[in-house]
Write a protein that binds this ligand. Structure first.
Ligand code: COA
Length: 404
């Protein structure tokens, strides 16, 4: 029997479905159900606050770098200057990917989605580094370095390969983000563009138990290798309800065309129960703090490199949406402005989600380490709704039986 009831979640009343199964509450999508302890990241969806290891995201974006934040997320503390230099040097040393991985990528169809290419390439690393010594700290450290170092190279490589070109080798004189933009766009970018991109990576690096991180933890709980964990998380991130939303935001803005049309588009979408991409979040009941920061980064970019008309449209849409969706706690999420920033940085639209993965791999690996620290394999239960036990039917009897 199913019925609805209300219960307190944070400061609000949220209506969820409860399936009466003895003592067990059924919460679709595991909404509000804690499945682990974690000290990596805290999301306060009511206040709109996000911290990594206790540090406010605003401070990290202002002062840190993606590699320093990665170190913080994975090892729990900000690195000393020497630890950071060592970490950066090791990542730089491992940026190149084997020619065999590149050759494999050349066999991928050029029309395939870059997230699928990334998922295959990330998984393929497990073939090259197949020692599953996950209880050896050196193995864990090396795997972290390899994944952080090689994922951007693989994303950039597929972009060039699908255009019929050979991938560009990483440049040792360029820092992490500047090097990625160089490998992707084939030219060295303005330092401001590289710094803004690095800040975007910090913003996307971690967000507690979102779908891809949960997927990473489930996979990690089987004690498999980190390359399989990252491949599994990449597959989860690819969906339009998760990382894929920023591509859809731009498609939606193109469909709306002008700021004057924003109100009518929204009213029509809401009447037809269509979701507004880049809006809404399971955790936030206010504007996602990352959306506000990205908006600021976008404005810095537009001030330096020229305004994007689509940004004016996005602002108009947000204004209209706040009056219509705000009362339901639906506000812009991280994906609403990220596509506009990436577009200005010259990143092709179908690479927005792979770029998200470049960053989120830091969070996935932090959760991998944490999962290993207190592992218990994930194995939830289900509420069976299928047929009662019945007997197999010979093929000649099935039509009559099934149609009766
Ligand atoms: N536009 C319009 N309505 C929305 C909405 C959106 N973007 N997001 C949620 N809603 C509405 C739903 O229609 C539903 O309304 P109802 O109760 O009247 O039926 C209600 O809010 C709850 O939505 P639900 O999908 O159950 O919330 P959720 O917590 O499961 O979903 C998301 C969270 C992120 C999946 C959802 O907000 C969404 O699909 N957003 C668009 C995709 C997106 O931007 N994803 C990136 C997330 S970072």
């Amino acid at each position: 029997m199913t019925f609805s009831r209300e219960f307190d979640l944070g400061k609000e009343k949220v209506e969820l479905t409860r399936q009466e199964t003895g003592e067990i509450d059924f919460r679709p999508g595991l909404e509000g159900v804690p499945v682990t302890h974690s000290s990596i990241c805290d999301v306060d969806g009511v206040q709109g606050k996000l911290t990594y290891r206790g540090y406010p995201i605003e401070e990290l974006v202002a002062h840190s770098t993606f590699l320093e934040t990665t170190y913080l997320l994975i090892w729990g503390e900000l690195p000393s200057p020497q630890q950071l230099r060592d970490f950066e040097a090791e990542v730089q040393m491992h940026r190149r990917v084997s020619f065999r991985v590149r050759d494999m990528m050349k066999c991928f169809p050029a029309t395939g989605h870059p997230m699928d290419a990334l998922q295959c390439s990330a998984a393929s690393l497990g073939l090259f580094y197949s020692r599953r010594a996950i209880d050896n700290p050196q193995y864990v450290y090396d795997a972290v370095i390899r994944l952080i170092a090689k994922i951007p190279t693989m994303v950039a490589a597929f972009q060039l390969i699908r255009k019929g070109q050979d991938p560009i080798q990483p440049r040792d004189d360029l820092a992490y983000s500047a090097n990625f933009l160089y490998m992707l766009t084939e030219r060295e970018q303005d330092p401001l563009a590289a710094r803004i991109f690095d800040r975007c990576l910090i913003l996307h690096a971690e967000h507690s138990l979102n779908a891809s991180t949960f997927s990473a933890r489930v996979t990690a709980s089987t004690l498999t290798d980190p390359y399989a964990i990252v491949a599994s998380a990449v597959g989860t991130l690819a969906g339009p309800l998760h990382g894929g939303a920023n591509e859809d935001v731009l498609a939606m803005l193109e469909e709306i065309k002008t700021p004057e049309c924003a109100g009518a588009y929204l009213a029509d979408a809401i009447a037809k129960k269509r979701k507004i991409m880049g809006f809404g979040h399971r955790e936030y009941r206010v504007k996602d703090p990352r959306a506000s920061i990205l908006q600021g980064l976008g404005e810095e970019l537009f001030a330096r490199f020229g305004r994007d008309q689509m940004y004016d449209l996005a602002i108009a849409l947000e204004k209209e949406a706040i009056s219509l969706l705000g009362p339901k706690g639906i506000y812009p999420n991280v994906d609403f402005y990220s596509g506009l920033v990436y577009r200005k940085l010259g990143i092709p639209r179908d690479l927005f989600t792979p770029v998200f993965a470049i960053s989120r791999v830091a969070g996935w690996l932090a959760h991998w380490r944490e999962q290993l620290g207190a592992n218990r394999i994930f194995r939830p239960s289900q509420i069976y709704t299928g047929s009662k036990i019945r007997s197999w039917i010979p093929p000649e009897d099935r039509v009559r039986t099934l149609s009766s």
